[in-house]
Design a protein. Sequence first.
Length: 85
Amino acid sequence: MEQRISYTIEGIRERRLAKREELKQSKDRMQNLSQQLFAPQQGKNKIDSLMQQVNMGIAAYDGLMTGIKILRRVRGFFGDKKKKR
């Protein structure tokens, strides 16, 4: 025969608090892992730190220029049809 499970308000409250704590711990673990994966490495000396900053600046510039070129191409596809007369 089937057994009926009875829930009490206190039991539900305790379980909810336990799950909330579990979610908080999981969120903290995910934040720590993402920081470890994506945080830039610390330079060993001033030259390494400077070169890392220059490299990041060049990468940002390259990404910006690539985005602008792609945007111009897309606008060319959907631009004014009057220009082609």
